[in-house]
Design a protein around this ligand. Sequence first.
Ligand SMILES: [Zn+2]
Length: 456
Amino acid sequence: MSILIKNAFLVFEDRVEKGDLLTKDNQIAQVGGCIEAPADRIIEAEGCYVFPGFIDTHTHFDLEVGNTVTADNFPSGTKAALAGGTTTILDFATQERGMTLMDAFHKWQKKAQGSSCNYGFHMAVSEWNQERIAEIPLMIENGITSFKMYMVYDNMRLSDGVIYQAIQYLQDEDCIIGVHCENDDILQARVRELKAQGKTSPRYHAISRPNLIEADGVGRLMDAANLAKGPAWVVHLSTKEGLDIARRARERGQEVYLESCPQYLVLEESNYDEPDAAKYVMSPPLRSKADQEALLRAMAAGEIDWIGTDHCSFTMAQKAAGERDFSKTPNGGAGVQNRAELVYTRGVKGGYFDMVAMGQLMSTRAAKLFGMYPQKGTLQVGSDADLVIFDPHCPHEIHAATNLHNCDNSPYEGFLAEGKTRDVILNGELAVENGAVAITGKGQYICRRRCGRYRK
Ligand SMILES: [Zn+2]
């Protein structure tokens, strides 16, 4: 199969250039200038931008949380991802206590069968001991070179000492740990305090976890990484205070990678006053306009490395578990399909950054750090033919009903997006045509290499 894209704005790593792009089988065969070659398909892309396929670094599909399971599994979640221009997701395989890392890996491989975009896994670990450490080489062999640790959630929480030891161990292997940074002790005390005062509605979820709760966690991670002389990766950074702490760590020479999410750019704490506010219950919670502004400026300055969605969807019926107690609401929201249009509308159309920066945030840096570059994340001859044709002039509203997520709500309901993913080429085939998913179930597992630590 060969596809010739004509007259597009090609988004390279450092510039945008008008030209053509030819794929052959699963590779970019030629890029730039005017290409006159025979092809099975010719796509006219005048006025549209061609990006390397977007990479979502943070999804939770088919995840059991307490006694409920996320609304999206891999088939539905990856189909929605693909429709939005995401050709690769990195999901968090989760090692529950008592389980081996290999058990978790096999469990997630099984869940991911039938995926419609390419996929890889980070391994979320809930224990760090000799047995688990002994499995790390096996993880690396199987393409898992990034891990996650939580400072919160009783079933996953690990101590600062463990995080320190794990960073120390894994950095020698060029592996990295993403950390969910929050101060669990204080936030739990605040939850008890609010409940005792009868304050149980969704808005108190945000009040229980103010900015300093995150900033404290970021600070402890920076210190642990500093002492361990290894890299730090903050997942879903949401606050200006956390950002400032990470900046100071970089100023003293630390290797710090920062991820943020669309919800912290377009939603805010006042959303908790809406009638269906349970859909905004996620951790970290929604923040203020000032936080949005700080994150967007940090993206423009290249300080935030990439944007993942933290897609973790629950139906309103599932969310109702917290009707009388916000702390019982399953945390998370659906966003995997909407990332590109949200980032484009808020970041690019909003005047914060350009298409080159968008390509870096949506694809290139994630491909580099997570061991997929230059196969992914760049428009180079020989790179994989995972491509997005994005139409910058396509105003439309986001609605749960028209999203492909298997979820009856969207935190972005009614949001007016200015642009839209039009076509997607996945593994050399035209998988989304004019916004409609044409090919499903063709996602492949990506056996990733060690981390490309570009800030080392
Ligand atoms: Zn998450």
